[in-house]
Every structure is written in structure tokens, then in C-alpha cells.
Ligand binder design. Structure first.
Ligand SMILES: Cc1ncc(COP(=O)(O)O)c(C=O)c1O
Length: 390
């Protein structure tokens, strides 16, 4: 029904992932026939229903100022209920201009320079940027890789919370870059610690829709967390490939926290939304689910393909099993080269662009990250080139 094998020409669409000029500015000079397996952007067109809906808006031809109308709130409430089995009240929802900018506003709203913010490293690097740019300190809590799967070290967490009293804990669930899905018991323990030490728990669930192995628990699931210190951030951007619309939303059950956050948004004039962003959420959530289910099947196939290929051609490497998302996190340390050497080698000798784990705040230095949210053809080509050049 949906053809995810269909190759989409992207070199001319000015996306960062495929744009030759952009890629050279980031990775140094690479050949024009490069295969990009880096930034978390997939190579599939969005669901047909989303494209049709946008086409209708475009043919109507008026692009005036808009607002968050009822359909937007209904779409979010229904989606969260049907997909994640959680009850969200519409007052809890606030539309924002992307999860990354929201992280910046949250740090501005709840921290003062000199405060600290906890995060579990390695982690998506804008968590640290959003913190440091406000003069706030990153309190890194390293994840422990046990049997090639990340675990939270709760005793270290507790001692860090006790000593440093961070204002926020930015918790990535599921985790980027490893794709680890946290269990309800783990999320509960995180929440309890936040309650005990007076920390606001900010949960980033943007990778919650690509579920490859196991089951996802939302932080809003009954019994998972206390809700009076909880801020959930999410969007359909990863799920439906809408990142360029730069629109997302937060869910904040507690009215006091919500008020403080909204005041910060008003200070920055984050008010009237982007028309395509609002419609993107409505169209994707109301009509995109069959496409999303089919896509998850395709991504699962890619994940298995990649795991087999790594096992066969790069037996020294250890790939964590991606339980969610379309990102493979691979420990290359026993291959005798640093991760930076490995990615540079592939960029310049195989024209395959992958990311070096050292970008992920800290504790990612032994890893590379491969984006498999692409047609199987590109993965096969990339593996062939990598294997030949290595
Ligand atoms: C954990 C995480 N949060 C947020 C984002 C980006 O969200 P947005 O595009 O809404 O700013 C990403 C993108 O890769 C991500 O991995």
C-alpha cells in the first residue's frame, strides 16, 4: 500500500541531509555521489493524506495569521489517547516552534545562570546547548552499557541530585542516540527521584512513534509519574518526517508550571503559530496512522538488515538493538580506530556520511550513529562501499 522502497530524489530539495554544499561545510569536501546516513531525517515522503491536505491549503492560496483552533487540540488529545493510552486535557497543551527551541525556553523559564540541569549521557546534543546557552551548567549522568543495552545508574543519579540539586532533569524517552525504550518502572523511579529532590522532570518523547522492539510507556501513563512537576515535549516531526515545519507542542498538567512556561513564551513572542505546522499535526495525527504502522514494519526490516550486515562485515563492532527510532548506535572501539577516524574514513574514502558519537554531549566517543530511515537500496549501497573501503 505504501512504497517505502521508492527512491526520492532529495539532492535538490535543500534539505541539510542531502545538500552537497551543506554536507561539505559540515564534513569537509566529499564527492557528489555521497550517501548520507546522518541527521535524523528520513528519506520517505510524508503520508499521502498529509500531502493532499497541504495541497488543498496551497490551492486555496491564503496564508494569513492563524491560531490553535479546536481541531488541533482534538487531534493531539485523540492521538495521545489512541496511540499511547493517556488522557490529556486540552488546557495542558501548548503549541511551540520545535522541541529544541522549547528546551531553550524551558531552561530560561525555570533556571538562573549558575543553576544546573541533569541529562543522561550520551544524549541528543541540543539538550546541552539549550542549557549552556543560558549560562546553566550541564549535570551529566552517564548511562551504563550493560550487555550492550543502556541502564540508568540510579545510585549515581541520586547522589548527583543530592549534591547538585539541579532545577530540571531533561529525560530522553525513548533515548536518542541508542533507541532504548525506558520501562514503566524506570520512568517511575525517575519521577520519584525528581519528587524527592524538587526537580522538574522534562521528558522528550519525540522518538515515541517509531517502535521497533518492545513497548513504549508514556510518562503520562497512569502510575508512571507524578504530574505536578512534569513537562512532556513531543511532536509528529520524527514520526511523519515534518521536521522542517518547526512545530511541536508541550503537555504540562500542572497549572503553575504551565503558567510560568507560557509567560516565557510570551516574552519571546511565541504566540501565533505557523499555519502549515498546525495543519501538519492535525493531518498527520488524524490520517497518518496506517502509514506510520507500515513504516514501522519497514524500519524494523532495515534495523535487522543493518544488524546482520554489521555482524557479517564489521564483526568487531557492537550495535545496540534500536528499540525505537531509525538510528543505530554502534560501538566501534574494538576495531582499532577512534569513532572520529571511522567517520572521516567513510566520508572521504567511501562517500558515506555517518555521525561521530562524540557530538552527543559526552560518553559517546566510542560510538558512531547510522541513520537507517532510508530506502533499503541506500543501506545496501552504503554497506557495500563501507566494506570495500575498510
Ligand atoms: C531527542 C530529540 N528531541 C528533539 C529533536 C528535534 O525536535 P524538533 O525538530 O521539534 O526541534 C530531535 C531530533 O533529532 C531529537 O532527537
Amino acid at each position: 500500500m505504501f512504497d517505502f522502497d521508492n527512491i526520492i530524489e532529495r539532492k535538490s530539495d535543500k534539505c541539510r541531509k542531502w545538500d552537497h554544499q551543506f554536507v561539505c561545510s559540515r564534513f569537509g569536501r566529499v564527492q557528489e555521489d555521497f550517501i548520507p546516513l546522518w541527521i535524523a531525517d528520513m528519506d520517505f515522503t510524508s503520508p499521502p493524506a498529509v500531502i493532499d491536505g497541504f495541497q488543498q491549503i496551497v490551492s486555496h492560496g491564503t496564508f494569513g495569521y492563524t491560531y490553535c483552533f479546536d481541531q488541533f487540540y482534538d487531534a493531539v488529545v485523540d492521538f495521545q489517547r489512541e496511540r499511547h493510552h493517556v488522557n490529556v486535557e486540552r488546557d495542558w497543551i501548548t503549541l511551540t516552534y520545535g522541541t529544541v527551541s522549547t528546551l531553550h525556553y524551558l531552561v530560561q523559564a525555570f533556571c538562573l545562570p549558575g543553576d544546573s540541569v541533569m541529562m543522561n549521557t550520551p544524549v541528543y546534543d541540543p539538550f546541552a546547548m539549550a542549557t549552556q546557552r543560558q549560562g546553566v551548567t550541564v549535570l551529566a549522568n552517564p548511562l551504563q552499557a550493560t550487555d550492550n543495552r543502556y541502564q540508568l545508574d540510579f545510585s549515581l543519579v541520586e547522589s548527583q541530585l543530592k549534591t547538585h540539586r539541579p532545577k530540571l532533569w531533561l529525560f530522553c524517552s525513548p533515548h536518542n542516540p541508542s533507541g532504548r525504550i525506558w520501562t514503566q518502572a524506570e520512568i517511575h523511579q525517575v519521577s520519584e527521584l525528581c519528587q524527592r529532590y524538587g526537580v522538574i522532570l522534562v521528558v522528550d518523547e519525540v522518538h515515541a512513534e517509531h517502535l521497533l522492539e518492545g513497548e513504549f510507556t508514556s510518562c503520562l501513563a497512569p502510575g508512571a509519574t507524578a504530574q505536578d512537576n512534569l513537562i512532556l515535549l513531543t511532536s509528529p516531526n520524527k514520526a511523519f518526517n515534518l521536521g522542517g515545519l518547526k512545530t511541536s507542542y508541550s503537555i504540562i498538567p500542572d497549572s503553575r508550571l504551565r503558567q510560568r512556561f507560557r509567560q516565557q513564551l510570551e516574552r519571546n513572542s511565541i504566540t501565533s503559530p505557523n499555519m502549515f505546522g498546525v495543519w501538519g499535526i492535525i493531518l498527520a495525527y488524524q490520517h497518518g496512522l496506517p502509514w506510520l504502522d507500515a513504516l514501522n514494519g519497514y524500519l524494523r526490516g532495515n534495523s535487522h538488515y543493518l544488524a546482520d550486515a554489521i555482524h557479517t562485515h564489521f564483526p568487531d563492532w557492537k550495535m545496540m538493538t534500536p528499540e525505537s527510532s531509525y538510528l543505530a548506535w554502534i560501538d566501534v572501539s574494538s576495531g582499532g580506530k577512534t569513532a572520529t577516524e571511522v567517520v572521516n574514513h567513510f566520508a572521504h574514502r567511501a562517500s558515506v556520511i555517518i555521525e561521530d558519537g562524540s557530538h552527543y554531549v559526552q560518553d559517546g566517543e566510542r560510538f558512531i550513529r547510522i541513520n537507517f530511515g532510508t530506502q533499503r537500496y541506500w543501506l545496501e549501497q552504503a554497506i557495500e562501499r563501507m566494506q570495500k573501503s575498510y
